[in-house]
Ligand binder design. Structure first.
Ligand SMILES: [Fe+2]
Length: 312
């Protein structure tokens, strides 16, 4: 039960700016018992297999270097120790689905947000937790829902890029909508000269305009971060237009001219994307996991043990 306000430094200006510019705010969830050592360990131990991905990144290179692991006979505390000394991250998805205290916390956060932002009408809210090794990276991407990133442990650098070409091309956003794969934006190192960078520490929370491209580099320390995602009526309409424009461009051969979320053009697109969503042409990336080839173990140098018979 949260009795004090979750945000420590929210002002009237924050309400005016929320969703329009990158914001770095102060919160108190890093002091919440759900995110203590015991809280995190317990969460890992009760997380159903379908709600997490454990990934080892071999080098700081492409996604093709990633491989999947599985927690086998290990306490949550030992999993944290293994991630602390390895090159891994665990992404725990949809906490409220299997943890009532986290579901309550998500409701508390949005009750406070909606009291501070009377125009915010959120739905399909969800909460995830990312626990990542020192120096882990999240590659350049853009997300389709509304987003916020809550730092609980460690320090990471968040780079935010302009929401316009060439940083975010409409065709790329359409591709994300079609495939569900968020890491399909072209990235060039010179983009960094146009980025805003923030080093966030426990007690910091960031949110940014919808669809804004970003990437994240951990400092050399274990990181624990909570992510919240949500939709609003406008975000849903934007998503419908993106999907319809994708169909127009990639299926019907027209270059879409508008991203309006109101008026006749919106309603025509709403009908179009609904019709196509039912066809097999829109392929979603399979959520099927690759077979696990390692398990975490804090007593090994890289924090892992190879699973027998799984590696060539
Ligand atoms: Fe993201």
């Amino acid at each position: 039960m949260v009795t004090e306000p979750i945000f420590k430094d929210w002002t009237d200006q924050t309400s005016d700016l929320f969703g329009n510019v990158p914001l770095n705010l102060r919160h108190r969830l890093h002091e919440h018992p759900l995110f203590s050592d015991d809280g995190l360990a317990g969460l890992i131990e009760t997380c159903p297999r379908d709600n997490y991905n454990l990934v080892q990144w071999g080098t700081q290179g492409p996604r093709s270097d990633w491989r999947e692991g599985e927690i086998i006979d290990l306490s949550g505390g030992d999993v944290l120790d293994a991630i602390r000394q390895g090159r891994m991250w665990i992404n725990i998805r949809n906490l409220p689905q299997f943890s009532t205290p986290h579901a309550r916390l998500l409701d508390d956060i949005f009750s406070e947000l909606e009291a501070r932002l009377p125009a915010l009408q959120s739905f399909n809210r969800t909460m995830g937790l990312l626990i990542s090794s020192p120096k882990s990276r999240t590659l350049y991407h853009a997300d389709l829902p509304g987003q916020s990133l809550w730092q609980l442990r460690g320090v990471k650098r968040v780079y935010l890029y302009p929401k316009a070409a060439p940083f975010l091309k409409e065709e790329e956003l359409e591709k994300i909508a079609l495939t569900g794969v968020e890491v399909s934006l072209g990235y060039e190192s010179w983009f960094d000269g146009h980025a805003q960078a923030f080093d966030i520490k426990p007690g910091d929370m960031m949110t940014w305009p919808h669809n804004m491209p970003h990437r994240v580099d951990n400092h050399d320390v274990l990181n624990v971060s909570m992510t919240l995602e949500w939709f609003t009526p406008d975000i849903r309409r934007t998503h419908m237009v993106t999907m319809a424009n994708a169909i127009l461009r990639h299926k019907l051969g027209f270059a879409p001219k508008s991203r309006d979320i109101h008026g006749a053009s919106f309603w025509a697109k709403a009908v179009l994307q609904k019709a196509f969503r039912k066809t097999s042409w829109i392929r979603r990336e399979s959520r099927a996991r690759k077979p696990a080839t390692f398990r975490p173990d804090p007593h090994q140098p890289d924090g892992i043990i190879e699973l027998a018979g799984t590696r060539a």
